[in-house]
Design a protein around this ligand. Structure first.
Ligand SMILES: [Fe+2]
Length: 239
């Protein structure tokens, strides 16, 4: 049975700024299961400073962590993926280092910018030309979007899917992140919501955000964003 599917997580231990140890990964996975998750894409940062993230290595790392989850009897099915940072020159990234969700056709990307740089649109076109769909992680966390929320309409005009971060719904009520996230949620801008889990210390706040989403749009709509739409990203091999 498929429950919630986390489309964004840094569960793989010791590969980026996410979970540091297997114990941390297992602890986070348990919390996800307690909140109705049955699947999680492991999406380590694809940054130049984190070596070794590739289409061949991530599935192996997922399989290793899966063994640990199975041994600990944590029923969370892990799927490979990556979070590709958009920077000037990203289009020189070797093909093997572009790791789409489930190795399918949806690529999770992030960008940090106070104003949107011209190379962003070029990078999106470069990914589209490879036959990939682009999923932009947590637009509400980007300064450029906080200053100009209508940018999400521009993103959608480029064919980009938007993924909101659960944590932002539990930020302080007057935080830019929360105000943007709640607006985009109520305006129906998000295609999916992800936990972006990094550590046991922060996961409770992320799950509080999930409860807040339930309050804002109800359980059924929350399931659309945390189960039904994410399920569309699962390649058939994983169904
Ligand atoms: Fe992330």
């Amino acid at each position: 049975m498929i429950g919630r599917i986390d489309v964004h997580s840094h569960l793989l231990p010791g590969v980026d700024d996410g979970c540091k140890t297997v114990e941390e990964s297992v602890a986070c996975a348990k919390v996800l299961v307690e909140n109705g998750y049955t699947h999680a894409f492991c999406t380590p940062h694809i940054w130049q400073k984190y070596a070794g993230i590739s289409r061949s290595s991530v599935p192996l790392m997922c399989a290793q962590l899966q063994k640990e989850l199975d041994a600990a009897q944590v029923p969370l099915k892990l799927l490979p993926g990556g979070e590709l940072n958009i920077f000037l020159g990203v289009d020189k990234t070797p093909a093997d280092e572009i790791v789409p969700l489930g190795l399918g056709k949806y690529m999770l990307v992030d960008i940090w910018a106070a104003t949107l740089p011209p190379f962003f649109e070029e990078a999106v076109q470069w990914l589209h030309a490879m036959g990939l769909e682009v999923v932009l992680a947590h637009p509400e966390r980007m300064r450029a979007v906080q200053d100009e929320p209508d940018l999400v309409d521009y993103f959608q005009s480029l064919g980009i899917y938007l993924q909101g971060n659960l944590q932002c719904f539990a930020d302080e009520p007057d935080a830019h992140t929360r105000k943007c996230a709640e607006k985009f949620l109520l305006d129906g801008k998000y295609f999916m919501l992800g936990s972006d889990t990094h550590s046991p210390e922060s996961i409770d706040g992320r799950m509080k955000g999930l409860q807040r989403v339930n309050e804002l749009i109800g359980f059924a709509e929350t399931f659309v964003l945390t189960r039904d739409n994410p399920q569309k990203l699962l390649p058939e091999a994983f169904l």
